[in-house]
Design a protein around this ligand. Structure first.
Ligand code: OGA
Ligand code: MN
Length: 288
């Protein structure tokens, strides 16, 4: 089904759209994001995002102002709740790993900030400084993760909700450096939200598995111990290699993911080198 949805729509407009894996992800060629883009081009980019779940641009030369202007064509921008933005641009988050650091921000499978009442619809990540090798980012297709469950498990999950928290130790570890130098809340702050385990994408109408190993701690109404076996199964299932793609960053690369139907995992394999990215996040709706 996901395959059909991706191949059934040949590129009809001005953009050249090239899928990079069988599961999700496409490079979008033929657009300069530093330009003032027409509504038609923005609509084509939005369609590409809905079809491919994560889209990539290459060889872009954009300033933080361009980045912000482009993001605002897709909705309101939202600040990351826990860590301050870059100087002069509170909406731009610095996703950085310094030479001497050992953990990378968000270095595990996750979808972004599901501990918020209204998690973001997506993020636009711009590469600013890259290591000579490594630092690729993996993405996974949560429609596929849902579609490939058995009917019995789908039925069982249908009425369930999941509790997301911001302080799972495994994720706190990946942001400890930024909380140490740029926190905007007290370290003991815990954000929490309850969302359906299976959400219906507000634009495509498709169902996506909406748990993630970074933030989902238990099923609503159950203990952590009761929830763990099935949650761990879902975390394992949803990142099967055939549901993923892997993006190799180059100077000028940009990724734009749909946070409602994907997860991502930046690979921490470049110790001793610096990697700097700028992220802008776009507001989403309450998951249903
Ligand atoms: C993020 C994140 C991905 C990366 O910005 O939300 O998880 O490749 N980073 O650094
Ligand atoms: Mn992330």
């Amino acid at each position: 089904m996901a395959q059909a949805a991706r191949s059934a729509k040949p590129s009809t407009g001005k953009l050249d759209i090239r899928p990079i894996s069988g599961a999700l992800g496409a490079e979008v060629l033929g657009v300069d994001l530093a330009q003032d883009l027409s509504d038609d081009i923005i609509a084509e980019i939005r369609n590409a995002l809905l079809d491919h779940l994560v889209i990539f641009f290459r060889d872009q030369d954009i300033t933080p102002e361009h980045h912000l202007a482009f993001a605002k064509r897709f909705g309101d921008t939202v600040e990351y709740p826990l860590v301050k933005g870059v100087e002069g641009f509170p909406e731009i988050m610095l996703v950085v790993k310094h030479e001497h650091e050992k953990v990378n921000f968000g270095g595990l499978w996750h979808s972004d900030t599901t501990y918020l009442e209204k998690p973001p619809m997506g993020s636009i990540l711009v590469a600013r400084e890259l290591p000579p090798y490594g630092g690729d980012t993996l993405f996974a297709n949560m429609y596929m993760a849902y579609d490939t469950l058995s009917d019995s498990l789908k039925n069982m999950l249908a009425p369930l909700k999941g509790v997301s928290v911001s302080n799972r130790p495994r994720v706190q570890e990946t942001r400890q450096e930024r909380m140490a130098d740029s926190a905007k809340v007290k370290p003991e702050t815990v954000l929490t939200a309850v969302h359906p385990i299976v959400r219906t994408h507000p634009e495509t109408g498709r169902k996506a598995l909406y748990v993630n190993g970074a933030h989902t701690i238990r099923f609503d109404g159950m203990t952590e111990a009761e929830s763990a076996p099935l949650l761990e199964y879902l975390f394992e299932h949803q990142t099967r290699p055939e549901f993923t793609c892997r993006f190799r960053w180059e100077p000028g690369s940009i990724a734009f993911w749909d946070n409602r139907a994907t997860q991502h995992n930046p690979i921490n394999d470049y110790h001793g080198f610096k990697r700097v990215m700028h992220r802008i996040t776009i507001a989403g709706e309450t998951p249903e």
